[in-house]
Every structure is written in C-alpha cells, then in structure tokens.
Design a protein around this ligand. Structure first.
Ligand SMILES: O=C(O)CCC(=O)C(=O)O
Ligand SMILES: [Fe+2]
Length: 269
C-alpha cells in the first residue's frame, strides 16, 4: 500500500457543454464521468462558468473567517456534526472547519455573517453565496449525467428534489516541521456527491481500488468531484466511493471549500 505519485486522476472538461442533455458533446462527457466514477469514484472537473474573480475571492473570504479570534469563530458552533464551527479536532490539531447551511440563500448567509461580524461583512456573504450558486450548477450537470448513465432518468427529478447541500470551508495549518502530518484521517464521504476547491497548497490524497494513494494536484481551474457512500449504495455498487485523506507538509496553510450534497433525510442532523 505504498504511495504512488505518478498516478493521475482523469480530468474532465465541462466548459464547452452548455445545458444540452442529449447533444453529442454531452454524451461524450457523460461517458467520461461514468468511467472515472467506476474506476476512481472521483475526477477533476474543468468548469469555466465559475468566474476567476469568484474562485479567487472565495479564499479571501475563507481566510477572513479563520483569522477571526477563536471566541468569535466559536459563536457559530453547532451540535450537528459538520455544521457550524469545528476547531482543533482533538485527534487532528491542524484542522478547523465551518459548515454553512443554505449557502445559496443570501438572507441565511447574511444572518450567519452578522453573528461573526456584527458590523457586517457584505463581501464575505456575497462571495459565499455566488460561489455556492455556481458550484451547484456543476453538481446538477454531474448528477444528471450520473443518473442518465445508470439508466435512471425517470427518477431524475425525484432524486434532485430530495437532496440537501452543506458548504464547508476548511483550514489545515502547515505542520511547520520537515515531517508529513495527518490533516484529515482516511475516510469515505457518507453523502452523494462532494465538490471540492482548494487553494494552491496540495495535500488531498485519494486511494485507488488497488490500495495505492494518488496525490491530487488540482489547478486553480479545477474542482475535485467525488462520490460518497449514499451514491455507491444508490448505484448498487456500480460506482466507487473512494477513501481519501489530507496529508500536510511544510509551512503554508491549506484552505479548501467543499459543497456536500446529501440525501435530505437529514444526513448531517
Ligand atoms: O479538504 C479537502 O480537500 C477534503 C475534505 C474532506 O474530505 C471532507 O471534509 O470530507
Ligand atoms: Fe471527505
């Protein structure tokens, strides 16, 4: 089970797709999605609909949040797992995260923002909402392709209408030693689809079916799309739900932003 850095994830380009299910280009991309999810349960997506300004701004917003004093961040603690602020996880002290419900609903995000910045921080809430809205589009395309490729089109609306999403922003402090340290333990996601976007500090690793680990190195233009156990079950095991982890090296902090789409049956409650 050694580390294997030469392996690379498939890169799938959604940029020239349009919203045109049934077109030749759509079917071609759909096939790539199906193949990647069968083999790796994951791929890198190029999606240029999300403007570069938003992709850049999101890390400014995320850093603004993590730079707040601990007492302020804790104002957003939640009893629900993965929701609200989660800091200095006992076993992985490099990790902090904030889960934001209803990240596409401006009023909800604004009211959460006011808890953190009573004087307001319009930039933070605007950026969170715009980013989430755009990632939602990518999720819809990917999930539509998955459902079609499984031959389950007749359940598409039912499926789409029965899901829920949670935005989580994450910070992994650099270990500031020469050693590699665990940032997030190996796990599979329990939800349906996860879409991740990171700053340019790598650390996410994905386990292949034969047990080797791939170091993911997404570019500023790419999103990591991964499936979780709920979709694995829904697809009767035809798609792979991969183990993944975060390993940190060096001094720089890694920031990542993930949209987690799960069944509405209160997966995260
Ligand atoms: O930070 C990342 O890139 C991965 C996070 C992750 O796997 C998770 O929160 O489930
Ligand atoms: Fe995960």
């Amino acid at each position: 089970m050694g580390s294997e850095t030469s392996l690379k994830l498939p890169i799938i380009d959604f940029s020239n797709l349009g919203q045109n299910p049934g077109a030749a280009e759509w079917d071609l991309v759909k096939l790539q999605v199906r193949k990647a999810l069968e083999e790796y349960g994951c791929f890198e997506a190029l999606f240029d609909k999300i403007p570069a300004e938003i992709r850049k701004a999101i890390f400014g917003a995320v850093e603004d949040f993590f730079d707040l004093p601990l007492e302020t961040k804790r104002l957003n603690a939640s009893k629900k797992p993965f929701h609200g602020y989660l800091g200095q996880y006992p076993k992985v002290p490099l990790f902090e995260s904030l889960g934001i419900d209803d990240a596409t609903i401006a009023e909800e995000v604004e009211s959460m923002t006011r808890i953190l910045w009573p004087q307001g921080n319009q930039n933070f809430s605007n950026t969170i909402v715009s980013f989430s809205e755009q990632v939602l589009e990518l999720d819809h395309i990917v999930r539509r392709m998955i459902v079609e490729s499984l031959g389950l089109e007749k359940y598409l609306d039912e499926h789409m209408n029965s899901t829920y999403h949670l935005l989580r922003v994450m910070k992994y402090k650099g270990p500031e030693t020469t050693e590699t340290k665990l940032g997030l333990r190996s796990h599979t996601d329990k939800n349906i689809v996860t879409i991740l976007y990171q700053n340019q500090v790598d650390g996410l690793e994905l386990q292949t079916k034969d047990g080797s680990w791939i170091d993911l190195k997404p570019t500023p233009d790419s999103f990591v799309v991964m499936i979780g156990d709920s979709l694995y079950a829904w697809a009767n095991g035809r798609l792979h739900s991969p183990h993944h982890r975060v390993m940190m090296r060096g001094n720089a902090a890694r920031y990542s932003v993930g949209l987690f789409f799960g069944p509405q049956s209160r997966l995260y409650d």
